[in-house]
Design a protein around this ligand. Structure first.
Ligand code: DX5
Ligand code: ZN
Length: 222
């Protein structure tokens, strides 16, 4: 099974995005963490910066909205033409309607859950989304340790996706490195966000290919 690696620019140099994007050219996409200082205790950037990022790369932008009121904002990011827009289940009022608006603007729609949100809560929503994002750290900061409780949730969502015959991508974000990626991949994840492990590497493209290789060689544990 082919697996996707998306470096998180939270670990990039915020005043040198263009230079840093050039160092991850072999990635399957760039994971763009939008934080508002309310939904999470950290602040990054908004729609203006994301629009500018689109002008300096041909890689797909995978926008992860860690913000309040995604019902309002998610469609605006989609209308800007990014590849995918993922918002948090804990923050949204109408998940299905917001997913529809993202998709009708031409982007893929993603639904994310924080570590304390259980899979049964979102079971009925899965079929409305192109990807589900399981957070394996409390969202807000890069460089945290992978939380093993994410593995059971990944397995449960993988079973849901397969039992419904869906082709939904299953993404994991937080503490992904050459070891934890194997565990997440074995549990059924197919799309991996990696911030500090990629950006701290001397050769970032080499790290991306090692991560992809580790994910692809992991044996499914289902
Ligand atoms: C955390 C962000 C992640 C973060 C991952 O809230 O959503 O995308 O950048 O960073 P690492 O890979 O360092 O845990
Ligand atoms: Zn993220």
């Amino acid at each position: 099974m082919s697996k996707r690696i998306q470096p998180s620019i939270l670990s990039a140099d915020f005043v040198n995005f263009e230079r840093d994007f050039a160092t991850i050219s072999s990635a399957d996409g760039i994971h763009v963490d939008v934080m508002d200082g309310h939904f999470v205790p950290n602040l990054t950037f908004g729609i203006g910066m994301v629009k500018r990022m689109q002008q300096i790369t041909t890689l797909p932008l995978d926008v992860h909205l860690m913000i309040e009121n995604p019902d309002h904002w998610a469609p605006i990011y989609a209308q800007a033409g990014v590849f995918s827009v993922t918002f948090h289940y804990e923050a949204v009022s109408n998940a299905i309607e917001t997913a529809k608006e993202i998709k009708s603007a031409g982007s893929r729609a993603g639904l994310s859950i924080k570590p304390n949100t259980s899979v049964p809560e979102i079971a009925d929503f899965v079929e409305h989304f192109d990807q589900i994002l399981v957070m394996s750290v409390e969202p807000g900061f890069g460089g945290q340790s992978f939380m093993p409780l994410a593995l059971e949730k990944i397995s449960a969502i993988r079973r849901l996706i397969d039992s419904k015959g869906l082709d939904t991508w299953l993404q994991v974000d937080g503490g992904i490195d050459l070891e934890t990626i194997k565990l997440a991949s074995s549990s059924g994840a197919d799309t991996f966000v990696a911030g500090s492990s990629v950006f701290s590497a001397t050769d970032r493209n080499e790290m991306i290919s090692q991560l992809r290789e580790a994910a692809e060689s992991a044996v499914p544990s289902l």
